[in-house]
Design a protein around this ligand. Structure first.
Ligand SMILES: Cc1ncc(C[n+]2csc(CCOP(=O)(O)OP(=O)(O)O)c2C)c(N)n1
Ligand SMILES: [Mg+2]
Length: 315
């Protein structure tokens, strides 16, 4: 498989998983709120391609794409959304709390900005342990308004920690546009003020993202300190839930049209032979059908598990 095929397969897989999540959602089989990444998948795929399996990522509640791009187990993710015991947190966390430690996906959180200091702490531990692991901290443009972002950026820059800060700028924090929240739109300027080398990237162009991320990861791994990538992207669906929301009044379909035209899946698909595309699509559908069947047939956790893994058990 050439690189375009690999990227197409990964973006398609995430897109189709989330479209299936959206299709199933009204049946109430999915037991948690879902924040879909549809439209934004290119960022996770491009960045994760530049990471090693042993590197780690810290996602947000909008984490399906990052979890899958980093190699998180698909069956365990769908089972988690269904609240089943075979889920990645045994059905207790739902969509907003995905985790797959073996794949290097550290646990996500529903609270905006909270995984940024965790990523920095994990990176500090790598420094102490003298590993060459890189930690990629993903967050949205809204998280950049949080104090935790600034404290984390300052500390990571001061200690030259191995962190790649990845901001998925989709221009909205729920329904608030970026310019209604921030007097200055360029987020790279904020990171640069801490002495962190920063770049604004096109989140729809996966091969270019991959190339830029490779250079950034190499520099972080070499010990040159953190880097900040602001990836411009667009959320196609509502903030939370399975639907479009262009009727809600805070943004228009006209605003979205140029982003639909530059859909990362479409851009990659255009570069492939239709026969190759069809083969990849068929393989992806089979895998997704299996994952949903796995979730359907898995049991719910037994009631005795209600308090297990909630408090630290005495050894
Ligand atoms: C500390 C905190 N404040 C507010 C919220 C409510 N909230 C949930 S998601 C969200 C939007 C965050 O926007 P952004 O960081 O841009 O990420 P996006 O949802 O666009 O991916 C907000 C304000 C929260 N979960 N945590
Ligand atoms: Mg946002």
């Amino acid at each position: 498989m050439n690189q375009t095929e690999v990227f197409y397969r990964q973006v398609l897989r995430i897109r189709r998983v989330e479209e299936e999540v959206a299709r199933v959602y009204p049946t109430d089989k999915i037991k948690s709120p879902v924040h879909l990444s549809i439209g934004q998948e290119g960022v996770s795929v491009g960045i994760c391609a530049a990471l090693r399996k042993t590197d780690v990522v810290c996602p947000t509640y909008r984490g399906h794409a990052l979890y899958l791009a980093k190699g998180g187990d698909l069956n365990a993710m769908i089972a988690e959304l269904y609240g089943k015991v075979t889920g990645c947190t045994r059905g207790k966390g739902g969509s907003m709390h995905l985790i797959d430690v073996a794949a290097g996906v550290l646990g996500a959180s529903a609270i905006v900005g909270t995984t940024i200091p965790l990523a920095v702490g994990y990176a500090y531990a790598q420094r102490v342990k003298k590993t060459d692991t890189v930690v990629a901290s993903f967050f949205g443009d809204g998280a950049v308004d949080e104090g935790a972002f600034h404290e984390s950026m300052n500390f990571a820059a001061l200690h030259k920690l191995p962190v790649l800060f990845v901001c998925e700028n989709n221009f909205y924090s729920i329904h608030s546009p970026q310019l209604a929240r921030q007097p200055h739109a360029n987020l790279c300027d904020r990171a640069s003020s801490y002495g962190v080398k920063s770049e604004q990237l096109d989140g729809c162009d996966v091969p270019e993202l991959y190339a830029r991320a490779q250079a950034a990861v190499e520099s972080v791994r070499a010990g040159d300190g953190p880097r900040f990538l602001e990836c411009m992207t667009y959320r196609f669906r509502e903030h939370v839930g399975p639907n479009e929301d262009f009727h809600a009044g805070y943004r228009s379909r006209e605003e979205a049209e140029p982003w639909f035209a530059r859909d990362p899946l479409r851009l990659l698909g255009q570069r492939l032979d239709p026969i190759v595309r069809t083969r990849i699509e068929a393989e992806v559908e089979l895998e997704i059908a299996d994952a949903f069947a796995f979730a359907e047939s898995s049991p719910f956790p037994p009631s005795e598990e209600l308090l297990a893994d909630v408090y630290l058990e005495a050894q």
